[in-house]
Design a protein around this ligand. Structure first.
Ligand SMILES: C[S@@+](CC[C@H](N)C(=O)[O-])C[C@H]1O[C@@H](n2cnc3c(N)ncnc32)[C@H](O)[C@@H]1O
Length: 372
């Protein structure tokens, strides 16, 4: 409760905050934020599961995918994997263990860099990865890293970026602000006209009164910071989300914002700030627009099930498959489990390739965009 009370006091003293600023404070306040603590949010004893916490197979499949890129790109010298948002470093350990054992030639020249802006989680990550000595580095930011061939992998990171919450009230898009009231500093919503940029689809379509949804600012600074450390390579984001037309479907009347605590989902984001996860789906079209503006190309966009199943032949060919991974595989790829809910969104940087037109079409981007 200490975090919740402290955060309520901060909100009371600062006055109303946009929902976006409130989410940022609740998750990332340096002392009281949900993700500022020693990582224990993910897994059975935490608040929610991720593809990583279901078992080692996710990391093993991603390691094989990274190796496919490494071979195809003919990387011969030092290279890097960057993982933003590593949380308890489980994915880093799964990938590093597998590469060390099964791809020692690539592992020899590899540095695995985790990026977490929070000091306490970073300390935890450093300790967890200490056994890989020079092959692992835990940093606050990628700025300052000399450019190298790089593969970036980020699982459930974009959905943790703060978002604005807007609602159609009296035929006008209003933004949700959060204020603290009364002796108990109860949090409640208030509304002000939304002054940010609306996706064109929200301007063009007829949404019903009371329609609520989220808008995230483009992750330009985040993507740019990583690109400064890449001579060429790939970025792979795995997350729940939609292309814009699906995201802002007039039937999705209350948006995608959720909280998670003790494996229970709720839509009440004001209940216990600092003690629960707050998340919203990713609008992959807007991420793609931003990536394009930075010069990245789309390699692929589709359900996680196809991307992960596509790597299985490599794994089977190596004869390392274990029967005990069967359940783990089903959870990751079955369309009713994580396979359909999660999407794989892969970008390329400074490689000789064109955009994946099918992926662009799925994202329903303006075709004239391709020429720009
Ligand atoms: C839902 S957790 C993902 C955990 C982990 N990747 C997994 O799949 O088990 C989201 C993580 O992203 C981190 N994060 C948020 N913004 C970030 C940023 N700009 N750079 C790096 N990490 C960030 C949060 O601190 C949090 O640990």
């Amino acid at each position: 409760m200490k975090s919740t009370t402290a955060l309520r006091k901060i909100i009371a003293s600062h006055g109303p905050l946009t929902f976006c600023a409130y989410m940022n404070l609740s998750l990332y306040h340096p002392d009281f934020g949900y993700y500022a603590r020693t990582p224990q949010q993910v897994g059975k004893k935490g608040d929610f599961f991720t593809s990583v916490s279901c078992g080692p197979l996710f990391g093993i499949l991603l390691a094989e995918k990274i190796m496919r890129w490494w071979r195809d790109a003919r990387v011969t010298g030092p290279w890097r994997i960057i993982e933003p948002g590593p949380n308890n470093a489980a994915l880093a350990m799964d990938i590093l263990d597998y590469l060390q054992e099964h791809h020692s030639d690539a592992y020899r020249l590899l540095t695995y860099v985790t990026i977490d802006p929070m000091p306490e989680p970073r300390l935890f990550q450093q300790q967890a990865l200490a056994r890989f000595s020079d092959h692992a580095q835990c940093l606050e930011s990628p700025y300052g890293l000399p450019p190298l061939p790089t593969f970036v992998v980020a699982n459930e990171v974009l959905d943790a970026f703060p978002c604005h919450l807007i609602e159609l009230r009296n035929n006008e898009w209003q933004e949700v602000w959060i204020e603290s009231v009364g002796e108990n500093l109860e949090l409640r919503e208030t509304y002000r006209p939304f002054s940010g940029a609306l996706p064109s689809i929200l301007r063009a379509q007829n949404h019903d009164e009371g329609y609520r949804t989220e808008i995230r600012e483009a992750p330009k600074e985040f993507l740019h910071s990583i690109l400064t450390s890449m001579s060429y390579g790939r970025m792979l984001f795995l997350d729940y989300g939609f292309a814009e037309p699906e995201y802002y479907d007039p039937q999705r009347i209350r948006g995608t914002l959720r909280t998670y605590q003790n494996h229970k989902a709720s839509e009440d984001a004001l209940k216990q700030p600092g003690l629960m996860d707050i998340t919203a789906h990713v609008d992959f079209t807007s991420v793609m627009r931003c990536a394009h503006s930075l010069g990245l190309k789309l390699v692929g966009f589709g359900p996680q099930e196809f991307m992960l199943s596509g790597i299985m032949p490599e794994l089977l060919a190596k004869d390392v498959w274990r029967a005990e991974w069967q359940n783990n595989f089903q959870t990751l790829v079955h369309p009713a489990h994580l396979g359909g809910k999660f999407h794989a969104f892969e970008l390329s940087w400074q490689e000789q390739r064109e955009d994946d037109i099918t992926g662009i079409r799925r994202l329903a981007m303006d075709p004239s965009f391709l020429g720009s």
